[in-house]
Design a protein around this ligand. Structure first.
Ligand code: PLP
Length: 427
């Protein structure tokens, strides 16, 4: 690989992305032929990715007016939006409903907005979905994110709020509740979670005699993680449950994948720029930060591989190849820097980021060859909740490349002061 390409940067491997997109579409069509994919913008709304998803026919799953505006900016029509979340804007809420897009109600405020809209447009029938909040933890003990306490989103089934909202909606003559939204986050992302969510869809349909044109299971799947489920594991189980009370002919299955689709295809390439010993601890300073790959500070381990300065690139690793190097022999020979064979094994090296915050320590490298400036640490599975959560802290947004075979294409330039000051007053 070319050591001259300026790190840090993300690389999205397009064939891997396509593999996951196709795997999802195939397992949906094999198990529930009537389906819709809504790509979760919040997971990663890099414009190139949004455009990739749009080209394949995915709707835009948005959870704010800004995300909605981005979808419109990127060419999505109002009828191609799945509008979710607790923080919609009334203007965009009305626009999506009027165009026949998908809106999943999250609050009583939105019920009131809908009532006003329906009164303003008595000739039109508005079809909406309603987000159910239910005790998934009871169905899958230990697996959910909220645990014993409740989740924050949607209308709670157990407290009667769901029933209440439904009753209010049913009083509006030109409104029909035709969708259920059941997105729930879980720690396990297990098949069992989705089986339980599908069961809940059946339970609600039966209890409230719903006529559903869609069941929206939300996101939260695994993808590209060793030993964990993949799309083809989820959909046979989901379909088996849904078939007990729905048919593909009448009810569309909506999924809102985020991280499961993009995690595996994305790497983050960083370089060591300094090492230092302080009171017996070796710190390895890198030009990537925890804020780039773990901005919510929740990861306890990272998947990565190392390209040692001076070592030949492994043939199988294309993740950081520069286009200018394609076809040409790889440059590096064993003695340009500090060959691996003579590097001492160090008991403990703390790999840290470039920021001036102590907490910016990424991982502890144990019993491994000494890392030196010029070594590259390449993090894997970093597509979701990374670029979209990166702060403009100390360094601006890093570049993003898309890899196709051996070619790398720059799809986002590294931010400069020019982007940073846009829209600002200077005095
Ligand atoms: C976050 C979110 C998603 C995507 O979740 P992933 O875990 O990235 O798959 C989908 N739908 C809704 C409503 C969400 O809030």
């Amino acid at each position: 690989m070319d050591q001259t390409m300026h790190t840090p940067y993300f690389i999205i491997d397009e064939p891997v992305l396509t593999h996951y997109y196709d795997m999802l579409a195939r397992s949906l069509s094999e198990n529930w032929d009537n389906y819709l994919i809504g790509y979760s913008f919040k997971t990663n709304s890099l414009p190139w990715l949004v455009s990739y998803m749009k080209k394949r026919g995915a709707f835009a799953e948005v959870v704010s007016e800004d995300e909605y505006s981005l979808a419109r900016y990127m060419g999505y029509g109002d009828h191609e939006i799945v509008y979710n979340g607790p923080y919609k804007g009334e203007q965009s809420f009305r626009a999506v409903l009027q165009a026949g897009g998908i809106v999943n109600l999250d609050s009583m405020q939105e019920v009131r907005w809908l009532k006003d809209l329906a009164a303003d447009c008595p000739q039109q029938t508005f079809r909406v979905g309603i987000r159910a909040n239910f005790n998934l933890e009871k169905m899958c003990p230990g697996e959910t994110t909220m645990g014993e306490v409740s989740g924050r989103f949607g209308f709670c089934y157990e407290t009667g709020r769901f029933k209440e909202a439904l009753a209010l909606l049913r009083q509006i003559p030109n409104v029909a509740v035709t969708g259920l939204h059941l997105h729930s986050s879980s720690k396990s992302r297990s098949v069992n979670i989705f089986r339980s969510i599908a069961r809940m869809a059946c339970q609600l349909q039966e209890e409230f005699q719903l006529q559903l044109s869609y069941v929206d299971l939300g996101g939260g799947y695994c993808g590209g993680m060793e030993g964990r489920p993949e799309y083809p594991n989820y959909f046979p189980a989901i379909a088996e449950e849904l078939r007990k009370c729905f048919t593909p002919g009448q009810t569309k299955l909506i999924v809102e994948p985020g991280i499961s689709m993009i995690s595996k295809c994305t790497t983050f390439v960083t370089s060591v720029f300094d090492t230092r010993d302080i009171k017996g601890t070796r710190y390895v300073m890198t030009d990537g930060s925890r804020f780039n790959i773990d901005p919510t500070m929740i990861k306890s381990s990272h998947l990565f591989h190392i390209q040692y300065a001076g070592a030949p690139s492994p043939a199988a690793d294309h993740s950081a190849q520069d286009p200018s190097a394609s076809g040409a022999a790889q440059v590096s020979t064993a003695d340009t820097a500090f060959p691996l064979s003579v590097r001492p094994v160090m008991e403990r090296q703390i790999v840290s980021g470039f920021t001036c915050m102590e907490v910016d320590r990424i991982f502890t490298h144990k019993d491994q060859p000494e890392l030196i400036p010029g070594d590259r640490i390449i993090y894997e599975n970093v597509g979701g909740y990374t670029m979209s959560l990166n702060p403009l802290f100390i360094q601006y947004f890093p570049a993003v490349y898309v890899r196709n075979q051996d070619a790398l294409r720059l799809v986002r330039q590294k931010w400069t002061p020019e982007e940073y000051v846009q829209g600002c007053c200077l005095d």
